[in-house]
Design a protein around this ligand. Structure first.
Ligand SMILES: Cc1ncc(COP(=O)(O)O)c(C=O)c1O
Length: 414
């Protein structure tokens, strides 16, 4: 039994591997075995481990000021990061709240969406819509929107009745029809639609631009704020700093975290358009949340370094190139279990099927993931297949090795 309690695991259950160190896209366990990490940690270490420039800039910040809060003061690193994120995101974003995780970035989005309607004297507009395949974090609030983990909840009483779901855009017509019905019948109850531009945990669903255009239009017509959860997709992963403009989603609020800090320091960010924040300013409503480590200067220094590196090294472009090549190579694998391969940049899914064309269950997909790990390759799984979320800095040779290991593992399955 392990004293350490781990996320989404039975207390005391040990982890499958225990890591000691790593460099770039390679991690090493406590037996000295190396693994090629094709999921960049938890999809977040987009610049790889041991990046000297990030470490150096964080160290400099640690020496000059390890902590500076934002409660009744400010600090230059937070202001610089806010400005930098607004420039990187575009999309008419004008305000930034800095927090610590993807969960907090999304929760801040929901807080501010609610305040926006309170400020406009429409407090009844407080319900939130999300996809039935979505994951948006693990606080008690966010769990209500994270439909994909609802079946795992031992006590559903924590779920808020103010959260409702719409079908995933794997069936675009059905998804739009349910969204439209809810908004036509009860648009006055909804504050926001919380969506991943490319649902990641749901299996990398890349919906059409026509779908997102209708989503934008329905939300505009019914005065519902579009919240883009770009925690997994943002920061260059999909081939641009944000996935929203790539797919045609027009958000009023954007949540970021993983790739923005590349795993070096927990940092989240939520961006808002002027239209979202102006009514709150006019009503002189203070934000009714805040946490000690929000906007920690070391986290800001790490994120600023990450943004510099992504831009200087053209890593969004690299995600397009490498992602395209990996999808091409995976599609050419001679393995009948491969039903389909799709991706956007370096967010890639491999749907798996049996001989009778039935999809792999979540447990079967988890077994294939374990088989890859046995062969020294770390991948992720979802209900129906495997995910790759490689670092933007993965080399061509490492990507080829990952595809070769996958090819060997998949060739043994039926
Ligand atoms: C789309 C999305 N939103 C939010 C989160 C939560 O982020 P965190 O685990 O940093 O709290 C995740 C985590 O995987 C995610 O994929």
């Amino acid at each position: 039994m392990d004293m350490l309690m781990r996320p989404y695991a039975v207390p005391g259950a040990p982890g499958v591997i225990t890591l000691t160190h790593g460099s770039g896209c390679v991690v090493v366990d406590d037996t000295g075995r190396e693994y090629l990490d094709a999921v960049s940690g938890l999809w977040n270490v987009t610049l790889g481990l041991g990046h000297e420039e990030i470490i150096e800039r964080m160290t400099r910040q640690l020496r000059s000021m390890a902590y500076g809060g934002l409660f009744d003061s400010g600090h230059t690193q937070a202001s610089a990061l806010a400005q930098r994120l607004i420039a990187a995101c575009g999309q008419d974003m004008a305000h930034v709240y800095l927090s610590t995780t993807g969960t907090s970035a999304v929760e801040v989005a929901l807080h501010v969406a609610r305040l926006h309607f309170v400020a406009r004297e429409q407090p009844h507009k407080r319900n939130v819509l999300s996809f039935d395949c979505g994951y948006h974090g693990c606080s008690l609030v966010n769990l209500s929107a994270s439909r994909i983990v609802h079946h795992e909840l031992s006590d559903r009483s924590v779920l808020s009745p103010h959260f409702e779901s719409i079908p995933a855009p794997s069936d675009e017509a059905k998804s739009l029809q349910v969204l439209e019905t809810k908004l036509v019948e009860r648009g006055h109850e909804f504050s926001s639609l919380l969506v991943e531009p490319v649902p990641a945990s749901g299996g990398v669903i890349v919906a059409s631009r026509a779908y997102w255009a209708q989503v934008n239009e329905l939300c505009r017509r019914h005065d519902v704020l579009v919240v883009a959860d770009e925690v997994a997709t943002g920061g260059g992963r999909c081939g641009a700093f944000l996935a929203s403009p790539l797919v045609g989603l027009q958000p009023a609020i954007i949540a970021l975290s993983k790739a923005v800090n590349s795993g070096y320091y927990p940092t989240g960010a939520t961006l808002f358009t002027r239209e979202v924040v102006a009514p709150i300013q006019r009503a002189k409503l203070p934000l009714d949340f805040g946490s000690t480590q929000d906007g920690n200067p070391v986290g800001c220094a790490a994120a600023l370094a990450v943004l510099d590196i992504i831009e200087r090294e053209g890593l969004c472009q690299r995600a397009v190139q490498l992602g395209g090549r990996i999808v091409e190579q995976l599609s050419a694998l001679e393995a009948p279990v491969v039903r389909a391969v799709r991706g956007l940049g370096l967010m890639i899914a491999i749907d798996l099927q049996h001989r009778d064309l039935s999809r792999f269950s979540v447990n079967e997909a988890a077994e294939v993931r374990a088989a890859c790990r046995e062969e020294g390759l770390l991948v992720y799984h979802y209900e129906g297949g495997l995910n790759l979320f490689p670092a933007l800095t993965m080399s061509d040779e490492q990507a080829e090795l990952a595809v070769a290991i996958l090819g060997d593992v998949l060739a043994t399955l039926d």
